[in-house]
Design a protein. Structure first.
Length: 215
């Protein structure tokens, strides 16, 4: 469709011509004055971020101003962390144990100024274990040691890449042992149902999977 201009009541309004030469007036686009820069821009997601708490569903600042303010805020936080000794060379101070560690020992956290968690991996793990199972990372490591650091299911070494997980009874909450993530997921998916797991073993054997094929 081609666009044409038509004057009505002394004002220039933009119309769109259809194949039938019928002039269609487009839907009026709302605008908003950015609270920061004062510029008036179309109230669309191209110029404003969504904000579910706002009556009209968009931020009061335009995207350009919000991005600029967010960057300035993050830069100030990084500068403050550096000044307070949180950063030292390529190392960062953990908020949990207080040790300076390589930045690779911290998980990513896009919500923080430096893009890294405030806690090192061990402290993060410790907090998760305490919150969910009431045990510390030392107790977790002791459990692995008593299992010769192997998963009771697949018998593989419980290396970090296997994501060792605490296995527990979902009905009683009793902690059992440490499994690799795959084996723990299998038990959870089967709801600890021995009949289901036994039937799956029979199913695999029926289709040529014997114990001699396992590693």
């Amino acid at each position: 469709m081609n666009e044409v201009e038509k004057k009505i009541r002394g004002q220039t309004e933009l119309f769109t011509s259809s194949p039938d030469n019928v002039l269609i007036k487009p839907t009026e686009v709302k605008t908003r004055e950015c609270r920061k820069c004062g510029e008036t821009k179309p109230l669309t997601e191209e110029y404003f971020f969504h904000d579910s708490l706002n009556r009209e569903g968009f931020e009061v600042r335009c995207k350009t101003c919000k991005n600029k303010q967010d960057k300035e805020c993050w830069d100030r936080r990084v500068e403050e962390h550096t000044r307070n000794g949180v950063f030292k060379g390529g190392y960062k101070k953990c908020s949990g144990c207080g040790k300076f560690m390589p930045k690779t020992d911290f998980t990513e956290d896009v919500g923080r100024a430096d893009g890294l968690s405030g806690y090192c991996r061990d402290c993060n793990k410790n907090n998760q274990l305490k919150s969910r199972f009431g045990i510390t990372i030392d107790e977790f490591n002791h459990m692995k040691a008593t299992q010769d650091n192997r998963c009771p299911g697949c018998m593989r070494l419980l290396e970090p890449k296997l994501k060792p997980a605490v296995d527990h009874d979902h009905e009683t909450g009793e902690i059992r042992e440490v499994l690799c993530l795959n084996c723990n997921t299998i038990l959870g998916s089967a709801h600890d149902n021995i009949r289901t797991l036994g039937n799956l073993i029979k199913y695999l054997r029926k289709h040529g999977k014997g114990d001699e094929n396992q590693t």
